[in-house]
Ligand binder design. Structure first.
Ligand code: GLC
Length: 386
């Protein structure tokens, strides 16, 4: 039986890691294990769920190596530290008798590249970020793209948009949308009148998620909502941004509650009329958009990127251009002022969300990994014979 080892450089509960935890739990018909290069809540959750979980002990603080915060010297130093971690992961991989490695981030890809060679098994790059200049910077993006192409045997991308940011040439690839657990439209309050509207924004508090643009856009609406929940934590040194958002909300006199990270954001989604997603660059996928639709919110999301693959504008949500504050104000005005429109969008949204069932993604991923392992065995056997 195929045994897949999923490798992550962080166990913080951020989007990619939360989705991987959901995916690993939903996978059937293959054995799974996970390895983290740092301990944290997601590793804890995996252990508690009975998944074979390894923390690779090391003294490398991966948070110190950020795209924005490290100069070239820092990146090179970090790169070599990751290579060292790779050989440790190689031993873990051999011990756990994994037949395929799945790297869940760019850092995990570097670690995984070494480990997969040590253990002589295929490496899959599960891509959660668009490998673009706007995200990685002009110099780094092409390097990451070429490195990923060179070291991995296949890609799994979280959207067509993410896949289009990679080098496709001669690389088996699967688009597996991050799925949600479909709850069949649990009861929730009906859409409120304009001045009673509740709005929720869910996501890590980080600049590219655009919560500042949202607050400024909201300050301009004709009828202010009764309440706003900004749900999301800071995991990677983003506390200054959180302070900035709090000051901004106070300055603008907006009724905002900062909840911090919560394990179950659907609690807030079910209480909100409108969910806003407002990333200022192309969102790779945008799992919160599907979660909001599943919870029956009227959703506004930003384009381009993953949300364009989820929302049919005017049918089950609205799309605005990323970073365009005036458009966001207009969309908020439209929704806040028109409860009927909200009712229509939120009634259609859960049906659309069923296209993103985690069990479907898990089945596709399992099938893809099985085929990859089978063909790589055949490849190796042919190589040995020749
Ligand atoms: C990352 C992406 C997000 C995606 C998630 C799961 O957090 O930024 O768009 O939904 O990974 O793949």
């Amino acid at each position: 039986m195929t045994k897949a080892l999923f490798v992550s450089h962080t166990a913080a509960p951020s989007g990619a890691e939360l989705y991987v935890a959901r995916l690993v739990t939903a996978l059937r018909g293959l054995e799974v294990a996970v390895a983290f290069t740092a301990d944290g809540p997601v590793a804890e959750r995996m252990r508690a769920g009975g998944v074979e979980t390894t923390i690779i002990q090391n003294d490398f603080d991966s948070r110190a190596m950020t795209i924005a915060g490290s100069g070239p010297a820092g990146l090179v130093k970090g790169f070599f530290a990751l290579l060292r971690l790779g050989s440790a992961l190689g031993s873990v991989t051999r011990r756990s008798a994994a037949s395929v490695l799945v790297a869940e981030s760019t850092k995990a890809l570097i670690v995984g590249a070494v480990a997969a060679r040590v253990a002589r098994i295929p490496l899959v790059w599960h891509v959660h970020d668009r490998i673009s200049a706007e995200y990685f910077g002009r110099a780094l993006a092409p390097l990451v793209r070429v490195f990923g192409w060179a070291v991995s045997d296949a890609y799994i991308a979280n959207s067509r948009s993410t896949l289009s940011s990679l080098i496709r040439w001669r690389k088996p690839a699967l688009v597996a949308y991050p799925g949600v657990e479909i709850d069949g439209g649990r009861p929730r309050p009906s859409q409120r009148s304009p001045e009673k509207t509740v709005v929720v924004v869910v996501g890590r508090l980080t600049r590219w998620k655009g919560q500042d643009v949202f607050l400024r856009a909201l300050a301009q609406v004709a009828v202010r909502p009764a309440h706003v929940y900004l749900v999301g934590g800071t995991f990677f040194g983003e506390e200054p941004f959180q302070n900035e958002l709090q000051l901004l909300a106070d300055d603008l006199g907006l009724p905002v509650t900062f909840t911090g990270h919560v394990d179950d954001p659907t609690y807030y989604m079910r209480r909100a009329d409108i969910l806003v997603h407002c990333s200022v660059i192309a969102e790779p996928f945008g799992a919160v958009v599907v979660e909001g639709m599943n919870a029956g919110c009227a959703v506004i999301a930003s384009q381009p990127g993953g949300p364009t693959e989820i929302i049919e504008p005017g049918v089950n949500g609205l799309l605005v251009d990323a970073g365009d504050q005036a458009q966001l104000t207009a969309a908020l005005d439209e929704l806040i002022g028109d409860p009927d429109l909200r009712r229509r969008l939120s009634a259609a949204a859960p049906a659309r969300a069923t296209h993103f069932d985690i069990n479907d993604s898990a089945r596709d991923v399992a099938g893809f990994l099985d085929v990859l392992v089978a063909t790589s065995h055949r490849g190796r056997a042919a190589h040995v014979r020749s």
